[in-house]
Ligand binder design. Structure first.
Ligand code: MLT
Length: 413
């Protein structure tokens, strides 16, 4: 008899973005004449920049020549890419990272979902609420949660740290001792950030409690404010307590290409059952080299080109384009009375839904009455109720049209 992993039976129906896609497909089937504008899932729309495309073409050609053909590469990533990452993403900010601390992968979603493989199932997990659903769901899959409580909308045995307008989107340190802390900054979904001083409190907490911070910095390139840290390693001592996840998806339009990396510092330790210190870098390296053969040579050459002078210039232009979209969303919504957050250091705008509506009701109304798709805050956790997320990753034309529709619709009501 094949036994299934019972933890999967403890998951909620479906992954948030799959539920939304299903609802949108159904609406489209019943209303084929409507032009739907999708500002739900944070997927990029601008094509990959020329410097990267050129590098990819070159790498494809290399694969066709016997002198330059590449078979398996190093599972952790080619040196040429790891060195560029170190130089541009860290050294330029005064952070010292070693090549063997970088693990190139196919996505921050996979990395943040897989990291639990090397951590014990008895660890107490803390997540912000609302949260990117992958952190929660992968811990439910691993059996680190208790049952889902329909009344509270929360899993037992998971520590939820609310981030709402009431606390200025600054999570409070947990009152109880937790072992694994997920922080995503700039935050998905709220689009808000923390200062270095705020971040330091988490590093101090983690040191004091021998906890680990799983720091998702996938939206780091969207930071415009000089006071906002780009990496948790800007906080002194963070290499002793944090793993950082980075991604080329939103930064360089790689959602369909797939490339990311995780930083697992050498000075970061976990503990075995007897309290002996275990180097997490060694465990992750073992896991990585056993379960993957890494990312293709072509894709890694493409990622390398992101760091060229031209590449940096071109991706910055794309990021500015998206951030201009975020401004259009923010301003347009504010003009008709919405309270909005985020969108200044992040491609996500987080708005308060009108009084009397739940976030899913607002989702349904927006879809059926103005044909605009967003993401209901409640889909990210119970404290997301009453909020709604719009992404700035659309085309400018679509963003202008969507905001115009929402403004007219709001005024009419
Ligand atoms: C989101 O919309 O939250 C993200 O695009 C999802 C993801 O990156 O996996």
């Amino acid at each position: 008899m094949i036994r299934v992993n019972d933890n999967y039976l403890n998951l909620q129906d479906s992954y948030l973005f799959s539920t939304i896609a299903k609802k949108v497909n159904e609406f489209t089937k019943n209303n084929p004449d409507k032009k739907i504008i999708k500002l739900g899932i944070g997927d990029v729309t601008k094509p990959i920049v020329p410097a990267v495309i050129e590098a990819m073409h070159k790498a494809v050609d290399e694969m066709g020549q016997k002198e330059t053909f590449k078979g398996y590469g190093p599972e952790q990533g080619y040196e040429f890419l790891r060195n560029k990452i170190i130089e541009i993403d860290f050294k330029a900010r005064g952070i010292n990272i070693l090549p063997e601390e970088i693990f190139v992968s196919d996505g921050a979603k996979s990395d943040s979902g897989n990291i639990g493989d090397i951590l014990h199932n008895s660890n107490k997990v803390a997540i912000t609420d609302p949260v990117y659903p992958v952190y929660l769901d992968t811990n439910v899959m691993a059996g680190r949660s208790g049952k889902f409580n329909e009344k509270t909308g929360m899993y037992e045995n998971i520590v939820y740290m609310p981030v709402t307008a009431e606390n200025n989107f600054i999570p409070e340190l947990p009152k109880e001792k937790v072992d694994m802390i997920y922080l995503c900054l700039p935050n998905n979904p709220t689009g808000t950030t923390l200062t270095k001083e705020e971040l330091k409190k988490w590093v101090d907490y983690a040191k004091e409690n021998k906890s680990i911070i799983l720091f998702d910095a996938a939206y780091e390139k969207f930071i415009m404010d000089k006071n906002v840290p780009h990496s948790i390693y800007e906080v002194e001592g963070a290499k002793e307590v944090a793993i950082e996840f980075r991604s080329f998806s939103k930064t360089a339009g790689f959602t369909g290409v797939r490339c990311a990396y995780a930083v697992v510092p050498k000075e970061l330790y976990g503990y075995d059952k007897d309290g002996n210190k275990i180097e997490l870098n060694k465990l992750w390296n073992r896991r990585h080299s056993t379960k993957t053969n890494g990312v293709s040579y072509i894709v890694q050459r493409a990622a390398e080109a992101v760091y060229s002078e031209e590449g940096q210039k071109q991706i910055t232009e794309n990021i500015e384009y998206y951030m201009n979209n975020a401004r259009i969303i923010r301003q347009g919504l504010e003009e008709v009375g919405y309270t909005v957050f985020g969108g200044e250091n992040s491609p996500y705008v987080w708005l308060k839904v009108p009084e009397g509506l739940t976030s899913w009701e607002f989702f349904d109304k927006l879809l059926s009455e103005v044909n605009v798709v967003g993401t209901p805050g409640a889909g990210f956790g119970p404290s997301g109720e009453g909020y709604f997320r719009l992404t700035a990753f659309g085309t400018k034309e679509n963003i202008l049209e969507a905001i115009d529709r929402i403004k007219k619709w709001t005024i009419k009501k």
